[in-house]
Ligand binder design. Sequence first.
Ligand code: BDR
Ligand code: CA
Length: 313
Amino acid sequence: MRETIPLLIDTDPGVDDALALLMAFDDPAHRVVALTIAAGNVGLVHTVANALKLCEVVGTDVPVHAGCPVPLVYPSGDAAFVHGNDGFGDIGYQPAQRAAEHEHAALAIIRHAREQRGKLCLVALGPLTNLALAVRLEPALPSLVARLVVMGGAVTGQGNTTVAAEFNIGFDPEAARVVFEAFPAFEIVDWEAVLRHGFLHAAFEAWLATGDARARFYDAISRKTRAWAGDRRGDHWHSADALAMAVALQPDSSLHSELRHVGVETEGRLTRGATVVDWAGRGGQAANARIHLAVDQPAFEARIRSALGVPVA
Ligand code: BDR
Ligand code: CA
């Protein structure tokens, strides 16, 4: 039997984070070694509680580590208007029995990177605060991990939180800058790619109706967000973190990617939090990011169905 790939997910659940986590737990080729939790979509108390609850729904006791409650430097607004005040659609779920570990998220990232030297796949689905702290504490972190896959950015400046910034980067631009400057080679699935990989609400509803307990939980926590998205973006539903997870779990599902230098604007009157991509190679800096631009849509959707327990037709 092939050895499973260790996966550490830094996340701020969050409705789309939840779908990505279901996909990760569902994949036999990977084993999730820890969830490290960021503040972002909502406050840290909620994102930690949501991660623990999702683990309970799936039936896993994977360790959950709370991270930084605020961005590195400046305060930021959350996305409760998208995900609900508690980040999981305000359904009033019974809190999980289990509590988070005592070890801080940043320390857990470093420990796992050392223990799984050269093997760990790090997936970042939220603001990069914990990762920035980890790389400051352990500057060798980039050389200790096999991959870093980031859901974040808007590679031609079409943001979703401000005109130019995507939420995860815009929430903590200083952290993103630290990470992007420290890692010589990482991967990005940006917001603009997400918009090219939507799936029909109607199809998604059918999957939710035919899946197992995971689908029933996901149906409940995503209901408000889906209604909100339907009003704004029409008949397609987009799940940013799920798309990033699809690429993390199956690198060959990326059908087109480009290697470029990506920087983060931390100042800028109009552009704080923007990811600035050197598309034309003008800056002279070595490319640091593989930008995934097109993903195998049927494979992506099949993974979602499997993660929801939808029977294979
Ligand atoms: C990202 O922002 C968050 O609201 C989502 O969970 C996702 O990680 C999309 O821009
Ligand atoms: Ca997220």
